[in-house]
Design a protein around this ligand. Structure first.
Ligand code: SF4
Length: 384
């Protein structure tokens, strides 16, 4: 009997394992009173949606405290839609990939129109279809499938990293081509069509996190061992085929922490349309080949803020990697000489007392600069 002939047996084994080993404690998968939802019972999609977006690039254990804080500050869809992006970014600060926070905020406005403010606590008022969720910015098919199956126990398949890995190994599919990807989606749909879609999807995610791990999968404890083609015929670790790691381009950046004669420093807010839009940062820019980093800072601050500065001592330098690129930042303390600062390449500029910097959302690289600046100014030791 081929594996495709036995989806019901696979699901049965998976759900048996899930009953004893599933991560039933994940807070957004529970009802408001902390109990586990019954078969076919709907629960609030709001908490699930926020968690699913947070989980797109971040691990569960990192997400949980951010999600808990989020739910205290934005307990409902309406509270989120009616607040400013800056407050959303304050909560997101440290999670990275800030465009996700921007997209959640944009989506909340669309959802509130669909759901209605007065009934945003009623799961039945929320969208139940894949295409409705996929029309929101940043929601792909797998995220939409996970939200719908988790909230409404409907049979929408998922294919996140964990599920792709399990299914590629079960079927011994390399996942090199669009055709392979299509087969994995079909198999995920087939498994879920056997019933208990909420538990089936969660069981797949949990099996991928606990047993069928990227390295050294625990095949001997796996409930799907008897069905697994890669286990019986090949080496499971060869599936799915690894993608070639691309070498990230490298760029040197000069940053100026510019002080005025009141001891305030200058920060700018990134354009809404840019990556990390709405976050605050210290001004600066890319070094041109052959230029000294001091010259870069002088030039960038003149071009982007219209000010003349005197570049002083170096505060710190460090490397910071994003998904597709790597930066080497060199930060100097600067003295403001002339020119009224103008936001020529940003949406807003502010002179801020250094103690107040933590009231604004900054990306991780800028947080490093603030922490070094505090050491430099002895903030915290009361020697300012
Ligand atoms: S037998 Fe091994 S490779 Fe196959 S699904 Fe289970 S853990 Fe993954």
């Amino acid at each position: 009997m081929g594996i495709i002939d036995s989806p019901q047996d696979i699901q049965n084994s998976l759900l048996e394992w899930f009953k004893l080993n599933g991560r039933y404690w994940i807070p957004w998968k529970l009802k408001k009173d902390g109990s586990i939802p019954q078969l076919g019972e709907s629960i609030s999609p709001y908490e699930i949606w926020i968690a699913e977006v947070m989980l797109q690039q971040t691990q569960l254990k990192v997400v949980i405290p951010y999600w808990e804080k989020w739910m205290k500050v934005f307990p409902s869809l309406t509270s989120l839609a009616e607040d400013d992006l800056e407050n959303v970014l304050m909560i997101w600060q440290g999670l990275g990939y800030y465009s996700r926070a921007n997209r959640i905020h944009q989506s909340s406005k669309k959802l509130v129109e669909f759901v209605g403010k007065s009934i945003d606590q009623d799961p039945h008022a929320w969208p139940h279809r894949i295409d409705q969720w996929m029309s929101l910015p940043g929601i792909g098919r797998s995220t939409a499938g996970s939200i719908i199956s988790s909230a409404f126990d409907l049979p929408t398949p998922i294919l996140d990293g964990n599920v792709k890995r399990i299914l590629s190994r079960l079927l011994a599919i390399e996942r090199k081509s669009i055709k392979d990807e299509k087969k994995l989606w079909e198999f995920s749909s087939l498994l879920i069509s056997m019933g208990s879609p909420r538990d089936c999807n969660q069981a797949l995610m949990d099996l991928g996190a606990i047993i069928c791990t990227p390295k050294k999968p625990s095949c001997t404890s796996c409930p799907l061992q008897n069905f697994c083609v890669s286990y019986t015929k090949y080496d499971p670790e060869d599936f799915p085929t690894k993608e070639m790691t691309k070498i990230k381009p490298f760029q040197e950046i000069g940053i100026g922490v510019v002080f005025n004669n009141k001891g305030e420093c200058l920060i700018d807010q990134r354009l809404e349309s840019s990556s990390m839009g709405g976050m605050w940062e210290f001004p600066g820019g890319k070094k041109i080949p052959g230029e000294s980093i001091q010259k870069t800072i002088e030039r960038e601050l003149k071009e982007e803020l219209g000010i003349i500065v005197k570049v002083g001592e170096k505060l710190l330098s460090f490397e910071h990697a994003y998904t597709h690129k790597k930066f080497y930042f060199t930060v100097h303390i600067c003295e403001w000489i002339s020119g009224e600062p103008k936001p020529l390449a940003s949406q807003k500029l502010l002179w801020v007392s250094p103690e107040k910097l933590n009231d604004y959302p900054f990306p991780a690289a800028n947080k490093k600069i603030i922490s070094e600046l505090y050491k430099h100014l002895c903030i915290g030791n009361k020697k300012l």
